[in-house]
Design a protein around this ligand. Structure first.
Ligand SMILES: NC(=O)c1ccc[n+]([C@@H]2O[C@H](COP(=O)([O-])OP(=O)(O)OC[C@H]3O[C@@H](n4cnc5c(N)ncnc54)[C@H](O)[C@@H]3O)[C@@H](O)[C@H]2O)c1
Length: 281
């Protein structure tokens, strides 16, 4: 694929644009306001600068990657895109509206991919003209660092689309796995119950947050304990995904721990708010 449109210049979108540009793609990043585009460009510049400092990239390669990225407030950029990757806010109505608009403009041959971490791909695909060309491309945060892309196939996604997106992710230096379109895919289906159980263990006074994380780090060789990881992801995001799992499967085993809910109500959202299971002041 030559031309990639990334919609959403946030944390994920800027990372996706960066790895696509590093792979030689001609990239356009679209967002709704200039300030978001500027912030996205800055994030990309900082991230590439870090790679240069570490000797993983030459200054010329970094400059060349940046020169391949255009920033645009106009969705017309979809007109000649081979691949559109959407990484906007995780709200179904917003994504549905956006995909309608993209589908009106993009060529029939374009592959349409959402980076959603929790919304059903099949339901999103109902908003485009060619659902067989719609797929989930679930990058992990931070995109330039994390190896995995979870490829999520909706019920109508074609094998041709899946193969093309797998090849594209590999060209970005990523490893892919396929997951069918059910709540949480593989990543959050396995991770969120672990985090939730860690919160229950804290809630029931079995051990302190530090000790729960130490057990998982030193006993199970996890690089980060589940409570520290939850703070990193955002406790509001964890709660939301657990609710998606609980509702999607109708199974009480996904019931979010009341302590998690209470923390979110108190505004303890993790790193981003300065306090979660740990304090970041
Ligand atoms: N942050 C993570 O750890 C993570 C990991 C995997 C997947 N995701 C998914 O990636 C997506 C983006 O997450 P993020 O963390 O980058 O969010 P973010 O808030 O950092 O960025 C979202 C960007 O989308 C823009 N936007 C919102 N509505 C738009 C529209 N209609 N058109 C164009 N741009 C629009 C916003 O202005 C913002 O710049 C979400 O679907 C999220 O679930 C996030």
């Amino acid at each position: 694929m030559e031309r990639v449109l990334v919609v959403g210049a946030g944390q994920m979108g800027s990372g996706i644009a960066q790895v696509a540009a590093q792979a030689g793609r001609s990239v356009t990043v679209h967002d709704v306001a200039q300030e978001f585009l500027d912030r996205g460009r800055e994030t990309m510049r900082t991230s590439l600068g870090r790679l240069v400092k570490r000797g993983q990239l030459t200054q010329e390669q970094s400059d060349a990657a940046l020169s391949r990225v255009r920033f645009s407030l106009d969705l017309e950029a979809a007109r000649d895109a081979d691949l559109v990757v959407e990484a906007i806010i995780e709200r179904f109505e917003d994504k549905a509206r956006l995909w309608h608009a993209v589908s009106d403009v993009a060529p029939e041959s374009a592959i349409l991919a959402s980076n959603t971490s929790s919304l059903p791909i099949t339901r999103l695909a109902a908003n485009v003209k060619r659902p067989e060309r719609f797929i989930g491309m679930h990058f992990m945060n931070p995109v330039p660092v994390m190896q995995l892309v979870e490829i999520v196939t909706g019920i109508q996604t074609s094998e041709e689309t899946t193969l093309a997106v797998e090849a594209e992710a590999k060209a970005y230096g990523k490893t892919t796995v396929r997951a069918k379109d059910f709540p949480g895919f593989v990543s959050n289906r396995v991770l969120m119950p672990l985090i939730n159980e860690a919160v229950y263990t804290l809630y029931e006074g079995i051990a302190s947050a530090e000790d729960i994380d130490t057990v998982m780090r030193l006993g199970m060789n996890h690089p980060m304990g589940p409570l520290q990881l939850a703070d990193f992801i955002g406790l509001d995001t964890c709660l939301y995904i657990l609710e998606v799992l609980q509702e999607g499967f109708g199974d009480p085993k996904y019931r979010p721990c009341p302590l998690l809910r209470q923390y979110v109500q108190a505004g303890y959202l993790g790193r981003k708010s300065g306090r979660g299971f740990y304090s970041y002041k």
